[in-house]
Design a protein around this ligand. Sequence first.
Ligand code: S3P
Length: 168
Amino acid sequence: MTGTGPAVVLVGPPGAGKSTVGALLAERLGTTYRDTDADVERTAGKAIPEIFFEEGEPHFRALERQAVRAAVGEHPGVLSLGGGAIMDEETRGLLAGLPVVFLDVALADAVKRVGLDAPRPLLAVNPRQQWRALMEERRPLYTEVARAVVATEGRTPEDVAEAVLDAL
Ligand code: S3P
């Protein structure tokens, strides 16, 4: 436990560039990068799509909540959360007072970044339509937990990382 929590927490939908920007930020800050998706997969010993399909989304969200709790308690570097982590009320509570940045992105850019064909169970069918629906539901929650919102539209990851540092 550092007692201070992560230097930056990135939230935002799939395709916002959380991993790329997070890794760049960690480099710039001379610290380490951690991703709760990877933590969940390591703990569960299986890939996220398998957790969703075999145990369901509520189970995944519970594992994700545990991963967020552990990470905010012990990771002093840059942390990014899975796109849906903020759907869980308790998880949102864990973010109170932390330097959370919402990486906002338009659908067209999200598609360019991840193609939306990476294995994301919630985007398995009609990815574009699903992404839009998720974003509509989640935008108020990303905004609620965030200390700053950084628009990523047409910006390089380096520009976005710079904007995140400026915003904090
Ligand atoms: C999810 C986003 C994914 C991953 C899981 C669920 C979501 O993370 O946690 O597939 O609900 O939006 P990324 O945002 O890193 O793709």
